[in-house]
Design a protein around this ligand. Structure first.
Ligand code: GCO
Length: 450
């Protein structure tokens, strides 16, 4: 076996990270617009005000995607660009931008995949309590309906949420991301439940509005691979992936994916949380766990796990000098094979890798090109592990590289470059890196060139 004929070869971005035009054409404020202006929040006070100026260069950027032979593009929709106050009046100009983007992609035969929420939450709704407000799932449903009504005739593939681990965990527990507010655990758990309800409502309204749509979810989470291939270490890694640590619940895969895929919160964690657990209505878990067409997962790296000799697991540190990306993440290609295997065993749903890639301190060489052999090697290694998973019968439908282009890396500002396309943030010049040309060949040969 090899990559299936219809394998989805794509790249991904997110609205706040690339669009810019933060105050144009009637867009409302997002929590990121406000957060970036708060002193000390973001590296060197960077913001997404201009970012890659994609809002004005969308056609040029889609042309680049076509030049690279991308079969699919995963972008996100900015909720406050579409509904400036989060609820109520629709901003037609903002909505039109996404409609034009979808048309442009289709013109080049690139299948659009939209993420409904990739962190740029409407500031007006944050002022009303954000995800803690019991009405928040309904707000998200209403926004989803607006998107589906306008784009659903052409846009058929949706992801509801990107990485709830981050926009609750990093934002509301660690306070490193917008809005950067620390909430007590009980409130954070309630918010998490409201996000899951919002996911359920969005799935429902998408299915009702667009008969032939396909829906997924794009979480991430702390993940583990077996330190050795001894059966007890494999079992230890399996356990570790879905175990919810009370101090680290917000980053658990189990906390965010078991309710969606299995209709239950992980039992041991519920018992440990006791009175801190959110209120769960009688129909909630049914709403949250409606069947999905594919399960998305953002995978960058994992931690080795081994048996603790007593039926449990222990986490290991990578060996000294282990390779790392510029942002400091360990390079662990085996995370693909093992996590895909464990996810497929547990959730029994086709998988799409919704993000994977590496940051590097890329530079323009004297020859005017951007040589990034490290990124090519990274992608090559991970994709070989992906192929191994497919060869083993794991149903992986697609792969979205992160990211199409260098962009605003949240609290790290423009310090980390994740793109296949180099962006000069002063001139907005784009240059295809060597990795973009390499990926083009992978796509052209449907993975045979790996
Ligand atoms: C995330 C987000 C992306 C990031 C990327 C690199 O995973 O944090 O989905 O927006 O830019 O993952 O950190």
């Amino acid at each position: 076996m090899s990559f299936p004929q219809d394998f989805i070869w794509g790249a991904a971005t997110a609205s706040y990270q690339i669009e810019g035009a933060a105050y144009e054409d009637g867009k409302g404020l997002s929590v990121w617009d406000v957060f970036c202006k708060e002193p000390g929040r973001v590296f060197q006070g960077h913001s997404g005000d201009v970012a890659c100026d994609h809002y004005h260069r969308m056609k040029e950027d889609v042309k680049l995607m076509a030049d690279m032979g991308l079969k699919a593009y995963r972008f996100s929709i900015s909720w406050p660009r579409v509904i400036p106050n989060g609820v109520g009046e629709v901003n037609e100009k903002g909505l039109q931008f996404y409609s034009d983007l979808v048309d442009e992609l289709i013109k080049y035969n690139i299948t659009p995949y939209a993420t409904l929420f990739h962190w740029d939450y409407p500031y007006e709704l944050q002022k009303r309590g954000g995800w803690l407000n019991p009405d928040s799932p309904k707000w998200f449903e209403a926004y989803t309906k607006v998107v589906a009504d306008k784009l659903g005739d052409r846009l058929k593939n949706y992801f509801t949420f990107n990485e709830p681990q981050c926009f609750i965990g990093i934002s509301m527990v660690q306070t490193i991301h917008a809005p950067g507010i620390k909430y007590p655990t009980k409130d954070a758990l309630q918010m998490a439940h409201n996000v899951l309800l919002a996911h359920g409502r969005a799935v429902k309204v998408l299915r009702e509005t667009i008969k032939d749509c396909k829906i997924g979810y794009a979480p991430t989470g702390s993940s583990f691979y077996p330190a050795t291939e001894k059966p007890e270490d494999i079992e230890a890694a399996r356990q570790a992936n879905f175990n919810v640590e009370i101090d680290n619940w917000a980053f658990g895969i189990g906390w965010w994916s078991d309710p969606v895929m299995l209709g239950t919160y992980p039992k041991e964690a519920v018992e440990k949380f006791g009175e801190l657990m959110p209120e769960i209505g009688p129909q909630d878990m049914t709403l949250i766990s409606q069947p999905l067409d594919f399960y998305g997962q953002n995978i960058y790296h994992s931690i080795p796990a081994a048996s603790d000799g007593a039926g449990g697991f222990k986490k290991l540190d990578p060996p000294a000098g282990h390779p790392r990306t510029a942002i400091g993440w360990p390079i662990t290609p085996e995370s693909f094979y093992w996590l895909l295997k464990f996810l497929y065993e547990r959730y029994k749903t086709p998988i799409v890798i919704t993000e994977n890639g590496m940051s590097a301190h890329d530079t323009i060489s004297l020859d005017g090109k951007v040589h990034d052999p490290n990124r090519i090697d990274y992608l090559n290694r991970y994709l070989l592990e992906l192929k191994k998973a497919i060869d083993d019968g794991i149903d992986v439908k697609g792969y979205f590289q992160w990211s199409l282009m260098d962009n605003f890396e949240w609290a790290n500002g423009y310090n980390d470059r994740f793109g296949l396309v180099y962006v000069n943030f002063q001139t907005q010049e784009r240059i295809l890196k060597d990795s973009a040309l390499w990926y083009k060949e992978v796509i052209r040969t449907n993975g045979q060139s790996l």
